[in-house]
Every structure is written in structure tokens, then in C-alpha cells.
Design a protein around this ligand. Structure first.
Ligand code: C2E
Ligand code: MG
Ligand code: MG
Length: 414
């Protein structure tokens, strides 16, 4: 912790001193303290950005929200801890406000502050950022490209369409049971670009969608994921379930279900190794064609997952209309669940509903041991997230599986 730079903004002199002492006690000596937003802004302007800003919310004059806006605008903190004695709903709202502006929120510290809670939040920071400082710039902004920019190699030199398809690669993120058994992997697209390097979907999916290339991309991902699953079956004699993200518009195609089944047949795989993850789209009505396609896939044994359940159009109404077999709870309902009773209630409620409907539940975005333990207490679900493993290439995944098998199939001990 010695090298961390921390800003503490707190207008109560006693609390400010107490927090400063706690930080020193855990070997954090680079601490900027400020008793008002103006003083904090001046200090950052003079000394530059910090790793973590710990900000009180309620202050006379400019308040914590002004500070969060300032930190986001000038990218002056890698991460934020919110300090407050206020309602949990206000803390959650403030965290959402900060995240919506690209700030990494580690969690909140309730007053009176405990050294243990502070240590846990700093540990979360070390795990998330310090290991991976290159990929987490001060503000989590990733450059978005147009398809034209992505096609350019050099002036006058373009990547061919065939070349572009080859550069779309699958990364795989494990899903594990609470007992630590591998339950399957989700295929997530990356663009291995000769100029821009390895790009994540946020940087290019918009361009791919507007160019009408989402279907070829999806077929490529299906092929890659099934290639992996059949390889594991051939080489290890084990069934590896794979999940692929499918845009809902594709389900409407008359022949989509038949083509998926033909592809499974070509790889000699049973339909139940494949889960299609669908993020519902508010602009799409449930048509008879949509329902027919989904029913056919389910009847043949594929699993259907409602991705990012509880956000946008991935809602209870859709769950009742369509034949889903899995429900995925997104990271935003889970991050910080370990010390947020409201989030725990949301996840427990979704879990209860899913069990009654005989749906399986996957919780995404599990980043910390504390959140993992809170989910263990709820039981009956599968987890996916950086705490278990980040998305990785096929080669890395096969090594990962090999190492776990040597450990008796278990993931990290927690
Ligand atoms: P998704 O399907 O909900 O995938 C989960 C996203 O959360 C992935 O981001 C994954 O890397 C990220 N993630 C997993 N664990 C954690 C964690 O512990 N913490 C945090 N902060 N993030 C975590 P990714 O790969 O950037 O994908 C983003 C979205 O792009 C996906 O959300 C999905 O909607 C879309 N996408 C990805 N691959 C494909 C694809 O092949 N086809 C289509 N149509 N969409 C895709
Ligand atoms: Mg997904
Ligand atoms: Mg999701």
C-alpha cells in the first residue's frame, strides 16, 4: 500500500484526522487532505491526480457530487470511495452517478469508519487496478472506432473483409458453480487488429452493427465456440458448455434455429452444450417468428439465457413471454453486494423467482472475495467475474482448465 496516492475530502476536522491516521497506520503515507471541495480541487491542480479519492458527500457549499463531477471531468482519480453517514439509497445513487461518468467506484465507507472496511476497499483497488494498471487508465474511456478507420492499415491500404473476419477472435470467460466446478465458458468477441491491438466490443461493436456485419460476426463466434467445445471433447473426453451472445434480431430469421442445429451437427456436439445469450432490445416486439425460433432451439435442447436481466428490455415481461432457461444477473446489481443489503435483496429476489420458474442463474461481474462470499450465502447459482477469471484466449483457457483439474477441478480457494 506504501505507494498509493490518496485524497481525503471531509469537512469534519475530527473525521478527517481519524481517516488520515488510519491510512498512515496501514502504511499509506501519500495522503492529501482537504476540508472543502475548493481546497481539494486546488490541491489536485497543484499536485496532480491520485490513485484513490475518498470523498464525503454532504458538505456546506460545494458538495461531494461537485467533487465527483470535477474528478471525472479532469480524470484526477483512478478510483473513488464514497464516505458518508447517509441513506444507502443515496450512497447507491452517488456511486451510480460517479460510474456513469467513467469513475471506478470501489464502494462506500460508512461513518464511523472502520479500519477493516477501509482495508477491504484498498485491497479491492489493489486487486483490480494495480495488477492491471495498463488497462485501467485514469478514466475508463475506450476509444471508439468507425468501420472505415478499422479497415485502414496505412494510407491507401485496406484490410479485406476476409482479413477482418479472421481478426475477430473469441476470448472465453469461465462460469463456475459455488462449489468451484467449471460450469462452462462465455465466448466474448475481441478484434485482434494489426494497428490498434486487441480491442474490446465497446470499441467496435457499434461500427460492426451499423455496417450490417453483426450476423457474420455472430456466426464466426458460434463456430469458434463450438470448435473449442469439440476440441475439449476430443482431447479430454469432457463436455464443455459454451455460451455465445446473440443479437435478438437474428433469432427472427426463419432459418436461424435450423442453421444453429446444423452447425452443432457438423461439430458432432449435442445441442445442450450451447447456450445462446440474448440481450433483449426495447425496439423489438416479440413476434411469432421470434418466438418460433426460440422455441425450436429450446425443443432441440439448446439453452437460452436472458442476458443483463433487470436492465432495459431484459425484464420480467420478456421472461414470461419467451422460453428462457437461464437468467444472467449483471455486474451492476452485484458489485459491492458483500456490504450492500439492498443489492443482496435484489439478487435474492431474482434467485427466488428463478428457482420457482426452474431457471438457472448466473451472476456476472463478481470481482471480490467479499462479494463472492455474499453470493455463497445465497447459494444455488453460478458465478462469472474477474474474481474467478478474466476473459482469456483459447490457449490460456486450456491451461487454466488444466491447472484446475490438477487441483481437483476447484477454482481459487476462498
Ligand atoms: P455481456 O455478454 O454481459 O458480457 C459480460 C461483460 O462483462 C464482458 O465484457 C466481460 O469481459 C465483462 N466482465 C466479466 N467479468 C467482469 C468483472 O468481474 N468485472 C467487470 N467490470 N466486467 C466483467 P466485454 O467482453 O467487454 O463485452 C461487453 C458486451 O459486449 C457483452 O456483455 C455483450 O453484450 C457484448 N458482446 C461481447 N461479445 C459479443 C459477441 O460475440 N456477440 C455479440 N452480439 N455481443 C457481444
Ligand atoms: Mg453475455
Ligand atoms: Mg451480461
Amino acid at each position: 500500500m506504501r505507494s498509493l496516492n490518496v485524497l481525503v475530502l471531509e469537512d469534519n476536522a475530527f473525521q478527517l484526522m481519524a481517516l488520515h491516521k488510519m491510512l498512515n497506520a496501514i502504511q499509506v503515507f501519500n495522503v492529501l487532505t482537504a476540508d472543502s471541495v475548493e481546497v481539494a480541487q486546488q490541491a489536485l491542480a497543484n499536485r496532480g491526480g491520485v490513485d484513490i479519492a475518498i470523498c464525503d458527500l454532504q458538505m456546506d457549499g460545494q458538495d461531494g457530487l461537485d467533487m465527483i463531477r470535477f474528478l471525472a471531468k479532469y480524470r484526477l482519480a483512478r478510483a473513488l470511495i464514497i464516505l458518508s453517514g447517509t441513506d444507502q439509497s443515496i450512497l447507491d445513487g452517488a456511486a451510480h452517478f460517479a460510474r456513469s461518468q467513467g469513475i471506478l467506484v470501489l464502494g462506500s465507507l460508512c461513518k464511523p469508519m472502520s479500519l477493516e472496511a477501509l482495508c477491504q476497499l484498498l485491497e479491492t483497488y489493489q486487486n483490480l487496478v494495480a495488477q492491471d494498471a495498463q488497462s485501467l487508465p485514469l478514466k475508463q474511456i475506450s476509444q471508439r472506432f468507425s468501420l472505415e478507420e478499422l479497415h485502414q492499415l496505412a494510407p491507401g491500404q485496406r484490410i479485406s473483409d476476409a482479413g477482418m473476419f479472421e481478426q475477430w477472435v473469441a476470448y472465453y470467460q469461465p462460469k463456475v458453480s459455488l462449489e468451484g466446478q467449471l460450469a462452462g465458458v462465455e465466448a466474448l468477441v475481441r478484434w485482434q487488429h494489426p494497428i490498434h491491438g486487441l480491442m474490446s466490443p465497446g470499441q467496435f461493436m457499434g461500427a460492426v452493427e451499423s455496417a450490417g456485419l453483426i450476423e457474420p460476426l455472430t456466426w464466426r463466434m458460434l463456430e469458434l465456440a463450438l470448435t473449442l467445445s469439440s476440441r475439449v471433447l476430443r482431447e479430454r473426453g469432457e463436455r464443455l458448455p459454451v455460451s455465445v451472445n446473440i443479437p435478438p434480431s437474428m433469432i427472427e430469421r426463419d432459418d436461424f434455429a435450423r442453421q444453429v442445429l446444423a452447425l452443432l451437427g457438423r461439430f458432432g456436439l449435442p445441442a445442450n452444450v450451447l447456450t445462446l445469450e440474448i440481450v433483449e432490445n426495447p425496439s423489438l416486439q416479440t413476434t411469432a417468428a421470434h418466438l418460433e425460433g426460440l422455441l425450436r432451439l429450446r425443443m432441440q435442447g439448446c439453452h437460452l439465457s436472458i442476458d443483463d436481466f433487470g436492465t432495459g428490455a431484459s425484464n420480467i415481461q420478456r421472461l414470461l413471454q419467451l422460453p428462457f432457461s437461464e437468467l444472467k444477473i449483471p455486474a451492476e446489481f452485484v458489485r459491492g453486494i458483500g456490504d450492500n443489503g439492498r443489492k443482496a435483496s435484489v439478487v435474492a429476489g431474482a434467485l427466488f423467482m428463478a428457482q420457482k420458474m426452474a431457471l438457472s442463474v448466473v451472476v456476472e461481474g463478481v470481482e471480490t472475495a467479499c462479494d463472492y462470499r455474499a453470493l455463497q450465502e445465497l447459494g444455488g447459482l453460478t458465478v462469472q467475474g474477474y474474481f474467478i477469471a478474466r476473459p482469456m484466449s483459447e490457449v490460456d483457457l486450456l491451461c487454466w482448465i488444466e491447472e484446475r483439474t490438477n487441483l481437483g477441478g476447484l477454482v481459487k480457494a476462498v
